[in-house]
Design a protein around this ligand. Structure first.
Ligand SMILES: Cc1ncc(COP(=O)(O)O)c(C=O)c1O
Length: 413
């Protein structure tokens, strides 16, 4: 993927940018920096836009893309169309259940005995918690743990939703289950172990549609290729997901849910009639890697503010902190984006640094020592691993200061 442009993506003009910058700056006056900031008005606008895009489907909130209980609560309270959580660890799901959440789907397999003891605890307390599996090998381990804990694990099968064209794997490497026969094999094993295991759902996450931008500035032919591949892949994977659902149902498995999608695919996922719910989270914060999809744009809602601490040369200032790099294939698109004031750039030789970040400034910009400069993370939830608290902005004012997962001493891996 070619390098995306840094800079403002929401505000329509420099005047808007400047007004928003001044608003953020006033709101932070007198606060110790660096700080993480969430604009509640933008968060809510994004939530409603995502619900519209999802159409007939409820949205299960992806916790990894949020990592703050207060935000999970606020978003869930916005609409009954937000239903359940897509968690990333069983220990996390157990903690969230104790915090009052229910309908917890742990979307990635675990075989760790400690993790599974947390799942068992939550089930014993009556939570609707579901684990993900994709092999008989995992199910064998889970059956033994379920027996040891005296519970029956609720399971969801993970269906691989990648496409392959000659010479290219278009998708993510997740599950070995790629067709109805493979799904039935694992499902039948679960049925044969019905004292300890129960199949309740299917998940097919089409990462190559949901997470891959297709209008990257300067992307040229690559954008076109991604769009063509997406169209082709969609036809194939919808048929695959439908075929697997039909096969399971014909074999007598009653699925409570069929989960699909993510922020970038909500409309397409809703078009697959076999799907009963979408999973999504990133669109709420709208981080850098979601700026360049052709069919939607959510509003950048989460920022971090770094203070200017020195001026190494004319036109360059250095801020405290900032090296918050997104996960995934290492590249320029994983770097934080300088956001406001508009026109700031990271230096090629230093990027976002471990404990300080230099920036080149556009002509005419001359921030004072201590002034906040605003950045956006490439990904959604990962920024919350860097900050213990997040300030909540409403209009002109900070109306809350709430802990992230990290601030509650909850770090899962
Ligand atoms: C299983 C699963 N579903 C859905 C998503 C989409 O989440 P988001 O909307 O935060 O991109 C992801 C993201 O990686 C995922 O792993």
């Amino acid at each position: 993927m070619s390098r995306p442009e840094s800079g403002p993506l929401v505000a329509a003009s420099f005047a808007d940018d400047d007004a928003y910058y001044q608003r953020l700056k006033r709101a932070l006056a007198g606060r110790s920096l660096p700080m993480m900031l969430l604009d509640l008005d933008r968060l809510e606008a994004n939530a409603h836009a995502m619900l519209l895009r999802a159409g007939r489907l409820p949205i299960r909130l992806g916790t990894k893309s949020i990592r703050c209980i207060e935000v999970l609560r606020r978003v869930m309270a916005l609409s009954p169309q937000f239903q359940g959580l897509l968690c990333f660890s069983a220990r996390e799901a157990d903690w969230l259940a104790r915090e009052g959440f229910d309908d917890l789907l742990i979307a990635y397999p675990t075989i760790d005995p400690l993790e599974l003891s947390h799942a068992a605890d939550a089930l014993r307390r009556g939570s609707r918690l579901t684990l993900t599996v994709d092999s008989i090998e995992q199910c064998t381990l889970l059956a033994a743990q379920a027996r040891a804990h005296g519970v029956r694990f609720r399971l969801s099968l993970d269906l691989d939703m990648s496409s392959s064209v000659p010479g290219l794997w278009f998708g993510v490497r997740r599950s070995p289950i790629r067709d109805a026969a493979a799904a039935l094999e694992v499902a039948n094993f679960i049925k044969a172990n019905a004292d300890t295991l129960q199949l309740v759902g299917l998940m097919g996450y089409e990462g190559q549609i949901a997470g891959l931008q297709d209008r990257v500035p300067g992307g040229g032919a690559r954008n076109l290729m991604v769009r063509v591949l997406k169209r082709r892949s969609l036809r194939e994977i919808h048929a695959r997901r439908q075929a697997v659902v039909d096969a399971l149902e014909n074999a007598g498995f009653a699925l409570e849910f069929v989960n699909g999608g993510g922020t970038g695919s909500l409309e397409d996922t809703a078009a697959d009639r076999s799907v009963t719910e979408a999973a999504a989270g990133s669109g709420l914060y709208a981080p850098g890697l979601f700026d360049y999809f052709g069919h939607f744009r959510h509003q950048a809602a989460v920022f971090f503010a770094l203070p200017v601490v020195r001026r190494p040369a004319p036109g360059i200032v250095t801020c405290t902190g900032g090296g918050y790099i997104g996960s995934g294939p290492a590249g320029a698109d994983r770097l934080p984006r300088p956001f406001l004031p508009a026109g700031m750039k990271l230096l090629d030789l230093e990027g976002a640094g471990e404990v300080q970040t230099p920036l080149s400034l556009p002509p005419g910009l001359n921030p004072a020592l201590g002034d906040p400069l605003f950045f956006r993370h490439a990904k959604a939830g990962e920024l919350a691993e860097r900050f213990e608290r997040v300030l909540l902005l409403r209009g002109e004012q900070i109306v809350g200061d709430v802990p992230t997962y990290r601030g509650q001493h909850q770090s899962f891996f």
